[in-house]
Write a protein that binds this ligand. Sequence first.
Ligand SMILES: N[C@@H](CCC(=O)N[C@@H](CS)C(=O)NCC(=O)O)C(=O)O
Length: 225
Amino acid sequence: MLTLYHCDNARSFRPLWTLEEMGLPYTLKMLPFPPRQLAPDYLTVNPLGTVPTLLDGSMRMTESAAICQYIVTRYGPTPLAVEPSEPDFGPYLNWLHFGEATLTFPQTIVLRYTRLEPLERRLPQAVADYTKWTLGRFAGLEKLMAGAEYVAADRFTVADISVGYALMVLKVIGLFDQAPASLQAYYGRLRERPGFRRAKAAQKHAASEKGVGPTLPPEKLSRAT
Ligand SMILES: N[C@@H](CCC(=O)N[C@@H](CS)C(=O)NCC(=O)O)C(=O)O
């Protein structure tokens, strides 16, 4: 049985969305954010204290894009994966990892220094620089999505889950309205998927069962869905 450690709307949403798209059985362990401080026992599962962690028997992974790749490859065949024999295998892997390494990381700097740090530790210069960086990094994607439904192989894959989550974070940090129209429309399509909706419902259910609050204050979170 697969076990996923998750915080509300955190990067562990990528594997959660993948599990729901595939209809695989799993156990969801919902944690308060940040687990490092609010769920110290979790450090025995992942000493970094970050989510996601995926357990598959004795196998353990902690990188969201890699976990999505693992799930579709290990538990496929599924159209959510692009096979090495397909022409878009390379672009698929590129967008899958681009979604985390290039599109999500700079946004976490903006989030941290606008919302997560106490007022005296906020860094307006870092926010300004990484806002510019973030919007610049979405530019390459804009050109592609102006003429395509999905990032690779003309179908929905985990590369869209990875990039789609980065667009979800753009909503959380309040930059979504500055994203190009093609990307706003792309995210609009992704969030209508039944798998996306089931993942949102699963985290909501797990949070209320566990009495775990949202990662961000409710009025901010409502803009993130
Ligand atoms: N590159 C990792 C990043 C994991 C990560 O930093 N997760 C954040 C949540 S989105 C976290 O757990 N932060 C809590 C902390 O750093 O203590 C991935 O894609 O899974």
